[in-house]
Write a protein that binds this ligand. Sequence first.
Ligand SMILES: Nc1ncnc2c1ncn2[C@@H]1O[C@H](COP(=O)(O)OP(=O)(O)OP(=O)(O)O)[C@@H](O)[C@H]1O
Ligand SMILES: [Mg+2]
Length: 219
Amino acid sequence: MRTIIVLNPKGGCGKSTIATNIASYFAIKGKKVTLADCDPQGSSKDWLSVRPDIHSAINGIVMNDDRLQIPRNTEVLVIDTPAAIGDKRLGKYLRKAQSLVMPIIASPIDIRAAESFLDELFSFKGTINNKIKIATVANRVREDTLIAAKLEHYLGNIKLPNGKRLPFMTMLRASQNYIHAAERGLSIFELPPSKTYYDREQWAPLLRWLNSKRSLPNK
Ligand SMILES: Nc1ncnc2c1ncn2[C@@H]1O[C@H](COP(=O)(O)OP(=O)(O)OP(=O)(O)O)[C@@H](O)[C@H]1O
Ligand SMILES: [Mg+2]
């Protein structure tokens, strides 16, 4: 089973948006997808509850007593996590997933919070040693702003504890497409291609990573 977790304890950085879009992407590809909503706020669960039946099916589950009951036939598990998670939970999540996508907003406060979270992440035994592959995504970017350039520079230069560069996948622009899609239980991949051409282009590097061995733990 392919397991992808979307994680960043900073609230509102785009975890649920990215988790639901990843889930839909794999469902459109014909995979049996389970979307696990570990956030009591329930954004992914709500998204699924308004998802029209005619679109590719995605199975939704929620955390129960700190446990996830993952349906046996799941091929791709996408985990949406809450903001402000404690260490114990974080360790649990990290053990569950092969690939971690960390969305970051281009704002000084969010960049600083991301820096300290990455330090925390790297200090977890097992995160390093290639147990989980991490990639960052800049989200809700207003292009051509100084802070977007700063975030791009920062994300492009983070080093893993083993000295290798932490993959920075892509910048996703701030777009009403995400909001319109979310309202209807859809992803940008289910809106007209003519309206979402640019967003799809921006997603391509992240999807390439998720489809490649680069995002899987070393054997
Ligand atoms: N690229 C984007 N363009 C425009 N709006 C976006 C984008 N990404 C996310 N949003 C909007 O920003 C808000 C926060 O996004 P989202 O709920 O995905 O963040 P989150 O990290 O899951 O938040 P929380 O920490 O509360 O769970 C939502 O209203 C969402 O529709
Ligand atoms: Mg959320």
